[in-house]
Structures are given as C-alpha cells and as structure tokens.
Design a protein around this ligand. Structure first.
Ligand code: ATP
Ligand code: MG
Length: 423
C-alpha cells in the first residue's frame, strides 16, 4: 500500500440475516461505488453470518489478498455482534474498553430519556491501535487501523449509520492514500424513451466522448419509467473532469431536448415543483388508477404546499361524477378509461380546486378489467390549463399492476412538466 497507494479492496458484510432469503447486502454496493470513485477496485466480497470462526476465517482470507478490507455490521451490543472480536483475534490485538465512548453512548441514551443497558459497553471496545470513527446516527462507533501495510475498516451495519461514516472515511482518510486518479460522476435523468431507444441515440456520442481527453463513459439504468444516464470521467484534477462532464451533459441536452428531466439528477417531482413555484401556479390532481401515487410523489418534495392545492382519488364512476362533475353520459358513452373522461376529470379538479392547472389520470392497472380495445395498461392522462392549454392522450404501459401505476404516475408528472415548459 505505502508508495503505490491503495488499489485492491475487499468488502465483508457481516450478519446472519443477510444470508437468509429476506435481506440483501446493499452496503457493499454503496461502498463499492465510493471506492471506485477513488480509483480503488473491489476484487472480492463476502457475506458471512454472525459466527466467530467463520468471520475470522473470511477476514483472514481477505487480508491476505487486498490492500484494504472493509467490514460492515456486527458492531452492535449483543453477543452475536462479533466483528470487533474476530478481527482483533486475527490481527493478534487486544480489545480495550474506552471510557469516553461509554460516556458518549450513555449520553445518547439519556438524551432520549433512557438508561444505557450494560451490554452496550461492548460497543466501546476498541481494537488496540485503531482510530475511531464517530457515529452521528447511532451508538456504535466505527474504527480503522493499519496492519502490515494494509488497512482495515470496521463500520456499523445499518445503512443510515454506515453511509455518512464511510463517505467521511473515503474523503478524509482514503482519498489521500490512493494513486491519485479520481472518478467524477454526473447523473442525468431522461424520460419518454425506452432504454434501447436512448442507447441508440447515445451511440454516436459515446464514440465522440471516448476520443476526448479525459474520456467520458456512460451507463444507462432504467427505473420506473425513467432513465438515468450516469456519466463518468477519470482524471487527476477534479476540475478537468467536471468540465468534461459539463460538455458531455450539454451534448445529451442537444440530442434529447425536452426528454431531459434534469442535468443534475434532480427528481421529476422536484423539477415540477420548481416550475410551478417560479410560475406561481397552483395544481389540483384527480387520480383514478394511480390511487394517489401522483400526489404522493408531488408531496415528497418539501414545500409542495406552495403549489399543490388538493387531490381527489376518484376511483369509482360515482366519485368521478359526484366529486369532479364528470357527466354520467360521458362515462356511459366512452367508458371511465377514455380521453374524454380524463379531460373532464382534469377540468373538474381544476374547477373544484379553483386551481390554475388540473392533472388527471384514469386507467386499467390490471390484472383484470382489460378488453381487446382497452387492454390492461391502458391509461388516459389529461392536463387542463394553465389558461387555454389542454393536453390529453392515451398510453399503453407494460407490466403488472404496480408497474402500470408507477409508469402512469411518472408519465402524468412528465406530461405536466412538458405543459409547464411550453407555457
Ligand atoms: P446495531 O448497533 O444496530 O446492532 P450492527 O453494526 O450490529 O449495528 P447489524 O445488527 O448487523 O448492525 O445490522 C443492523 C441493521 O442493518 C439490520 O436491519 C440489517 O438488516 C442492516 N444491515 C446490516 N448489514 C447490512 C448490509 N450489508 N446491507 C444492508 N443492510 C444491512
Ligand atoms: Mg448484526
């Protein structure tokens, strides 16, 4: 490690629950991403249960291979939390209880009007020669130590404790010990294209980017009706990479136009929030097949009360008639899942809420209820306003009930976004 920097890492996720069928190790994915950003490669990883012998054997194996071993989990207070003990044993080091940690844990309990159970003293056991990592979100501190030119890091298992701790470690401790190259990333969100369409449109850009210095490479991930494009550049000077990514992002904007939700990984609902707020518009939402999902997503954004007035989940035909004033005859003639009814729902909620804009969704989420003319996945989306603006269209989404709801909510939000952009 010394001289050439940390290059090869291994991750060990500790916890019997992670070996069962219900839980999966996600910590190593987060850690891998942080390590890769520092130019450190993960050469192997393991999941091991809460058994001393197994844990010791896996750790012994890992430390023989890698410059850096990161362990997560098993730093809790109970007898089956053995990471400290097993690592200390393999490294031939003592464990010492540190009084200031005991006091810190005690204070943490007291701040919640609880007294510290004696077993929590275990969390104050520190491997001889280790440096502590403060845990701002839990009781167990992390620790790290150098051992024969290698580095060992112990982190708590709960992701919300582990993540901020490891981010700090990566920045402050690992960063200065790596070979010097950095990977800088940028996420771009796209909507309205399938993964393969987007891939095809990006091919010419990939060729251009690869030839640039520094080269930019990209991966596409599809998630709930949206695409996330991850751009990466690797350089010694971060400023140079940022500029390269800025330029590549501008290329993406040129090719995809309004299909770009944001060049900064902002979420669809955040982008809509900004648009509504800056334009001073208030919104009413009428939802049928999405059952409130559209409104739930809109209100995930802090401060959404500035622009979301209300939402009505009008699931039955009666609700559409009574609450939104959709004419019964319209439903009889066209069916509840139809463009005229979607348009009437949007108009209705706009009127009822006295809002600037009404957004409506009605569809068949399945698995039952489909016909040849309107198969499962048929969803009509309408936007009424602002002013004289009108949008209505029928979409056909793939997948099961939950997927159809997700696609429908994403598309409804996206259509609202496009109407707002035009205005
Ligand atoms: P605690 O003080 O909470 O006992 P710990 O360090 O002993 O901390 P664990 O008991 O192993 O951590 O795990 C606590 C929680 O964190 C569990 O709900 C577990 O599912 C989750 N967790 C542990 N390891 C991982 C992992 N590798 N990936 C995702 N979640 C994890
Ligand atoms: Mg555990």
């Amino acid at each position: 490690m010394t001289g050439r920097g940390i290059r090869r890492a291994e991750i060990i996720a500790v916890g019997t629950e992670l070996l069962g069928a219900d839980r999966t190790d996600t910590n190593s994915l987060f850690i891998t991403r942080e390590l890769n950003d520092l130019g450190i490669e993960v050469v192997a990883k393991a999941v091991v249960g809460d058994r001393f012998d197994d844990l010791a054997a896996v750790f012994r194996d890992a430390i023989g291979r890698a410059d850096l071993v990161v362990l997560t989990g098993g730093l809790g207070p109970t007898d089956d939390d053995l990471t400290r003990d097993a690592v200390a044993h393999v490294a031939g080091r003592a464990l010492n209880e540190q009084a200031p940690i005991v006091e810190r844990i005690r204070a943490r309990f007291q701040s919640r009007k609880l007294s510290m159970p004696e077993i929590n003293r275990r969390q104050a056991l520190v491997i001889d020669g280790a440096t502590l990592l403060e845990n701002r979100h839990g009781t167990a501190p992390g620790q790290w130590f150098e051992w024969n030119d290698r580095l060992v890091i112990l982190l708590p298992g709960p992701p919300r404790e582990m993540r901020p701790m490891f981010e700090r470690v990566a920045r402050e401790m690992l960063g200065p010990r790596t070979a010097g190259e950095r990977v800088v990333r940028r996420g771009i969100r796209l909507v309205g294209r399938t993964e393969s369409q987007a891939e095809e449109m990006l091919q010419p850009l990939y060729r251009v980017w690869i030839a640039r210095d520094p080269a930019v490479d990209a991966t596409i991930l599809a998630a709930s009706g949206m695409l996330e494009l991850q751009l990466r550049a690797r350089t010694r000077e971060p400023g140079v990479a940022e500029t390269a990514l800025e330029r590549a992002a501008a290329d993406v904007q040129d090719v995809f136009g309004p299909d770009v939700i944001s060049l900064s990984a902002a979420r669809l609902e955040e982008v809509i929030g900004d648009l509504l707020r800056t334009r001073g518009r208030r919104l009413g939402v009428a939802e049928s097949c999405t059952g409130g999902l559209v409104t739930s997503r809109l209100t995930d954004v802090a401060g959404s009360s500035d622009y979301v007035d209300r939402s009505i989940v009008a699931y039955s035909n009666r609700a559409k008639v009574e609450q939104l004033g959709v004419p019964e005859s319209l439903i009889a003639e066209h069916g509840a899942v139809s463009e005229p009814v979607a348009a009437a729902m949007a108009e209705g909620i706009r009127r009822v809420a006295a809002a600037d804009i009404g957004l409506a969704v009605t569809g068949i989420a399945g698995p039952g209820g489909g016909t040849d003319a309107k198969p499962v996945g048929t969803v009509a989306i309408a936007v009424d306003g602002p002013g004289e603006k009108r949008f209505v269209r029928t979409f056909l989404f793939p997948g099961d009930r939950i997927m159809v709801k997700t696609f429908a909510s994403t598309t409804a939000l996206d259509r609202l976004r496009r109407v707002l952009l035009e205005g």
